[in-house]
Ligand binder design. Structure first.
Ligand code: PIR
Ligand code: CA
Length: 323
């Protein structure tokens, strides 16, 4: 059983990540924290509570940072709509927020559990995680792993090189990637393989009931948006990939890399610069005076789509049975 704090900005794929984390018996979901990203903090926080209501999930939900550390705020209305989760009927929240700020929730939870047991799963901008690290630096050695959705090594989705979660708060991402902890970068190169294909949608439809209907509403809206904006046939379920890997590490392959966040590039701000360990001749490169090349990050490469799809279907079925 893996203990997870899911830090998110729901968000269509965030909603599926919440359901997978709550619906799989290998995950103990300790709480959900929210951060401004796909939409404003107020909207994504309400959406987190609505997802819980739709799927019968009851875990602490704590509201976090309402803007990036340094960068001006940016939302993804073109993909996620005015509410941040347009498409499905969004039910009224069934319980109140945790009274703590997300940063305090993260710190309290990590410090209250045994060392090396709590996994952080940030699937939005990394603002809350960076703030938590600064407020309580001991979380860095105490967490088991950080499995984050963000970055890319071939192509971005907001600029040619930058992925949204990193581009929204590059300074926070820089703090997270520099820290000495076990980080897995689940970037676009991986998540663009995690498509909610017609086959997957049919399997979810076959389950029937309100959770299935909610998930199909999510994929219907974001599927149209992805067809329009990116000419994809099916929408990627980005954020759920991070949860999937904690359920079953065999769901994707990884390679060791030195990951840096571009903070100053005129055309590349918010890009992840990924130096793979197995690139010949690059091992001893050291362009930076601040740090030796350090292949501390795991970068996700190839998805086992069948395993991933099975996990999604299984979680929807379990949540449906639990209602
Ligand atoms: C997806 C996202 C933001 C913008 C676009 N165009 C697409 C969100 C997803 O929730 C995911 O976490 C990440 N950011 C993918 O870039
Ligand atoms: Ca997200």
């Amino acid at each position: 059983m893996q203990k997870v704090i899911l830090d998110c900005d729901p968000g269509h794929d965030d909603a599926i990540a919440i359901m997978l984390a709550a619906g799989n018996p290998a995950i103990e979901l300790l709480g959900i924290t929210t951060v401004a990203g796909n939409q404003t903090l107020e909207k994504v926080t309400r959406n987190a509570l609505s997802v819980c209501a739709a799927a019968g999930i009851r875990v602490p939900v704590a509201k976090g940072a309402d803007r990036p550390l340094v960068a001006p705020q940016m939302v993804a209305e073109d993909i996620h709509g005015d509410t941040g989760l347009d498409g499905p009927v969004l039910p009224e929240p069934q319980f109140a927020l945790d009274p703590r700020h997300a940063v305090d929730f993260i710190i309290d939870t990590v410090m209250a559990h045994e060392p090396n047991t709590v996994n952080l799963v940030p699937v939005g901008p990394l603002t809350n995680i960076a703030l938590a690290m600064r407020k309580e630096p001991r979380i860095v050695e105490r967490v088991r792993s950080v499995v984050l959705m963000g970055g890319a090594h071939t192509r971005g989705n907001v600029t040619p090189h930058a992925e949204f979660n990193i581009a929204v708060d590059p300074e926070a991402a820089d703090v997270v990637f520099r820290a000495d902890w076990d980080v897995t970068m689940v970037g676009l190169d991986l998540t663009h393989q995690a498509l909610a294909t017609p086959e997957l949608q049919d399997r979810v439809r076959a389950i029937g009931g309100p959770v299935s209907e909610f998930v199909l509403g999510v994929w219907g809206f974001v599927g149209d948006a992805y067809r329009r904006q990116y000419e994809f046939d099916s929408p990627p379920v980005h954020d759920a990939c991070c949860v999937a890997a904690l359920i079953d590490p065999a769901v994707f392959t990884t390679a060791k890399a030195d990951v840096r966040v571009e903070l100053h590039g005129e055309w590349t701000k918010g890009a992840t610069v990924v130096n793979f360990q197995d690139v010949p001749g690059m091992h001893h490169s050291n362009g930076s005076a601040e740090r030796q090349t350090d292949f501390r990050a795991n970068v996700a490469l190839t998805l086992d789509w069948d395993r991933f799809a099975d996990q999604i279907v299984d979680a929807v079925a379990r949540l449906t049975a639990g209602l």
